[in-house]
Design a protein around this ligand. Structure first.
Ligand code: PMP
Length: 472
């Protein structure tokens, strides 16, 4: 590839002529030459001009063990010698079988069945459809008649993907509002955004009063609610909003009490990102359904998985003509290449004791971030393991946010890029989500660069009035 690679200038020209980039205002995009990444190793990526950058957002939250990990590369090569793809519809394949077994082994106790799909959005779609069908097929309850449970509860500001079902349970107006006519109605509750508490309270004195309206809703309408969808511990795309300790387990209790399925979207939080294998592990919570993707393959290939309890699974059993089958499946479901590299990734977790290393890194990051939290325009630094959000504010005392048109997050990421760190903001929230193999020295460098970039942007006089811009 290297030998035949067109020049950077030619590639830039073709990029501007043929590509339509996701979550990107293309009118603006084509005014600058694109940064074109050609290769990578460990926590670094390298552009077509040979410039090396620290990958501060793990190539959009997916990379786990670094780029070009030898064990993951080898697993892919070995699988390629067997077969690149075969279907799970009516057939099976060794990597999908072995990966399902491994996922059940490491998942929260009680999740026993694995349904593969393609990415985070489809893993969520599968969970939503399973939940609705489950209630239709669950053993009939005496005197209750057919189930009316088909509604969902979600948290405001949540993000579960860009497909129609996943958007329906999403709560980011900028992304979802214009599609409302296409989406099914879902019941929204306030998120535990303590820095900007919707109830005007403060933690822990509040005793998590934000859960009272959740309980009230479940109590009143549980007969029509199939499930509650949540990103455990950390609403990532919302701006790295961390839930207070105990919030998730209270949600679990409420779901159990009111017979509502708990659907955990661990697409972003899964695979060590929060310091444990899954965010649910922090509070020993077993959801009824769990959506996985991103880090599942170590960040190598797209693959999604929805894990279900045995109780869920059994509701789909019956004779063929009972039509209890889960009629859902994508062409690439259980793709052997993706499953083989995912298996290798889980093996690396064990062999390299990745989670132990992460625990040390988390403590180091916390130390490095302390001076950042004291910067005059940093409202709050939120950290859950290797997921970090730095919320920038115009006024620290009043917590007044910067106007979206000031695009401070975007400008900080441009400054960071000049200093050779790649990051991507969420509005006014600067994001850091390094690969789990990043060394302590590299973590320190990443935070140092962010600090300089934040200072440069927030100390600059005024902000150019550019169009509002959202990014995931
Ligand atoms: N759920 C969460 C929590 C996510 O963060 C994302 C992606 N950022 C998704 C679902 C959707 O995943 P994908 O982009 O792979 O469809």
């Amino acid at each position: 590839m290297r030998r035949n690679l067109p020049s950077s200038r030619r590639l830039a020209e073709w990029d501007h002529t043929y590509l339509w980039h996701p979550f990107t205002q293309m009118q603006e995009w084509v005014t600058e030459p694109p940064l074109i990444i050609q290769r990578g190793r460990g926590p670094y990526v390298v552009d077509t001009e040979g410039r090396r950058y620290l990958d501060g957002v793990s190539s959009l939250w997916v990379n786990v063990h670094g780029h070009r990990h030898p064990a993951l590369d080898r697993a892919l090569r070995e699988q390629l010698r067997q077969i690149a793809h075969s279907t799970l519809l009516g057939l099976s394949n060794p990597p999908a079988i072995c990966l399902a077994r491994e996922l059940v082994r490491i998942a929260p106790k009680g999740l026993t069945r694995v349904f593969f799909s393609d990415d985070g959005s489809t893993a969520v779609e599968v969970a939503l459809k399973m939940a609705v069908q489950y209630w239709q097929q669950r053993a009939p309850q005496p005197r209750r008649g057919p189930s009316r449970k088909r509604a969902f509860v979600h948290l405001q500001l949540s993000y579960h993907g860009d497909t129609v079902g996943a958007m329906s349970v999403g709560g980011i107006d900028l992304f979802h509002k214009r599609f409302r006519p296409l989406l099914f109605p879902s019941l929204a509750v306030e998120p535990p955004y303590c820095y900007r508490c919707p109830l005007g309270l403060s933690y822990p004195a509040c005793a998590m009063a934000c859960l009272d309206p959740v309980e009230d809703l479940l109590k009143r309408r549980h007969r029509e609610i199939a499930g509650l969808v949540i990103e455990p511990l950390m609403q990532a795309a919302a701006g790295m909003i961390t839930a207070p300790p105990g919030y998730l387990s209270r949600i679990r209790e409420l779901c159990t009490k009111y017979e509502v399925l708990l659907i955990a979207d661990e697409v972003a939080t899964g695979f060590g990102r929060t310091g444990r294998m899954f965010a649910c592990d922090h509070e020993q919570v077993t959801p009824d359904l769990m959506a996985l993707s991103k880090g599942l393959t170590g960040g190598y290939l797209p693959l999604g998985a929805t894990l279900a309890t045995e109780e869920m699974y059994r509701a789909f059993l019956g004779r063929y003509e009972d039509w209890k089958t889960f009629f859902h499946g994508h062409s690439y479901t259980g793709n052997p290449l993706g499953c083989a590299v995912a298996l290798a990734s889980l093996e690396v977790f064990r062999r390299e004791r990745t989670l132990g290393r992460v625990r040390r890194g988390v403590a180091a990051l916390r130390r490095f971030l302390r001076p950042v939290a004291r910067l005059p325009h940093v409202g709050q630094v939120r950290q859950c393991g290797y997921m970090i959000g730095i919320e920038l504010v115009e006024d620290r005392k009043t917590r007044k946010p910067y106007a979206p048109s000031a695009r401070v997050g975007h400008r900080v990421s441009l400054e960071a890029r000049r200093r050779r760190l790649l990051t991507r903001p969420l509005g006014n929230v600067v994001v850091l989500m390094p690969p789990l193999i990043t060394s302590v020295a590299e973590l320190k460098r990443m935070v140092q660069i962010l600090r300089e970039a934040i200072q440069t942007v927030t100390e600059a006089e005024g902000a150019p009035g550019l169009a509002p811009f959202g990014s995931v």
